[in-house]
Design a protein around this ligand. Sequence first.
Ligand code: GDP
Length: 198
Amino acid sequence: MKINTAEFVVSNSDAKKCPNEPIPEYAFIGRSNVGKSSLINMLTNQKNLAKTSSRPGKTQLINHFKINSNWYLVDLPGYGYAKVSKKTKSTFQKFITDYFEKRQQLVSAFVLVDIRHEAQKIDLEFMQYLGQSEVPFSIIFTKADKVGKQKVNSLVADYRKKMLADNWEEMPPYFVTSSEDKIGRDEVLEYIDEINKE
Ligand code: GDP
């Protein structure tokens, strides 16, 4: 898919206030600092569409970006950020769950995980939650430039093993990416394109 236009539309902290156009949307979510803003900038070919920052937990809003006038890329807040208060944590978790459970336009989610670390409980639990909520999702491994190819394979294998142990029938679709080296861009965009054509 060629990206012709990518524009920021709206930010909010209430799933009910998201744009109500009936166009498909794809949500990107992961732990803070996983590389989500960098990935969104890489996918859309923009330097600063999503704000990249080394300060975790900064973007605690649902951000809608309209791509090629026919689909939305949705940037969701990072989860599992330790340094916010319990109250803030439960508020933003509630609007994330509202979004996943009520958003009709949501076609599929992408759960981002840092390829350098073995499958973490919080990510696996989040995927369980998506499964229980019947939200289709894929996994995006980020920062692949930081590890060798063999390590990539063994980390993906670790995910597969842990997901099967968690009673998943199979590993969901997954993508190995690096925003630094521009790896995985075409694969993710083609995947979205294929679903949009269905
Ligand atoms: P976010 O909090 O998930 O939006 O993460 P950011 O995109 O702000 O990235 C967090 C940190 O990881 C920043 O210091 C980025 O420069 C770094 N980073 C993000 N993607 C990559 C990547 O593909 N490769 C490398 N080496 N670093 C990355």
